[in-house]
Write a protein of this length. Structure first.
Length: 200
């Protein structure tokens, strides 16, 4: 059985090229229990963040609802001596503060996605670094298709992508997608999905 680490190390372009995103994420989910779970931060005030957290939990991620209180979150992480991978779907201001705080502890951005509502559209711009880049590139059609057809459940697909980003090697890949979608009443209108990786 191929596991997530083998998928990443092999570059996976030939494996994933004709494989739907749902199959890829099933492979990752099956192997997730053997991997160190990532800490997923989300803001329960926003519906998209709740969906992101629910999907992340399926991969065994440790969830942390911080509801915009970055100072309290930072205190908890430093007092516990946390050194693992962090991921989240948050407002840009919260991501900026967290990035600056963890950058001082040797963390770097492994993935960043911007999700912006424009009138009756939402635009997704996804950027990844590491060996996962060729995987994202090779399944771009599947990602774009799922982001367009899943409507207001797009945050679930973003959670599927985030669990793939765990390589410390530098590379890059960018995917952009637009889909017709009305902004939910409780949404801030612009959210950032991200992964912060500890340097090895």
């Amino acid at each position: 059985m191929i596991n997530r680490r083998q998928l990443l190390k092999a570059g996976a372009a030939s494996i994933v090229m004709s494989t739907p995103l749902s199959v890829v994420t099933k492979i990752v989910a099956e192997d997730a229990i053997t991997q160190t779970p990532i800490k997923v931060l989300y803001d329960s005030r926003f519906p998209e963040c709740k969906l992101f957290a629910e999907q992340s939990a399926k991969y065994g991620s440790n969830l942390c609802d911080f509801s915009g209180d970055v100072a309290k979150l930072w205190y908890e992480f430093t007092s516990q001596g946390f050194t693992g991978t962090l991921a989240g779907l948050t407002q840009e201001s919260d991501f900026f503060l967290l990035h600056q705080m963890f950058k001082e502890r040797g963390y770097r951005v492994g993935y960043r996605g911007e999700h912006t509502y424009n009138d009756s559209w939402i635009e997704h711009s996804l950027q990844s670094s590491g060996q996962v880049a060729p995987i994202l590139s090779s399944i771009e059609g599947s990602i774009e298709g799922s982001l367009k057809t899943d409507g207001n459940k797009w945050a679930r697909r973003i959670a599927d992508i985030v669990v793939l980003v765990d390589s410390p090697n530098i590379d890059s890949s960018t995917i952009r997608s637009k889909a017709p979608l009305i902004r939910p009443p409780d949404s801030p209108g612009h959210l950032i999905s991200w992964v912060l990786l500890p340097t090895v």
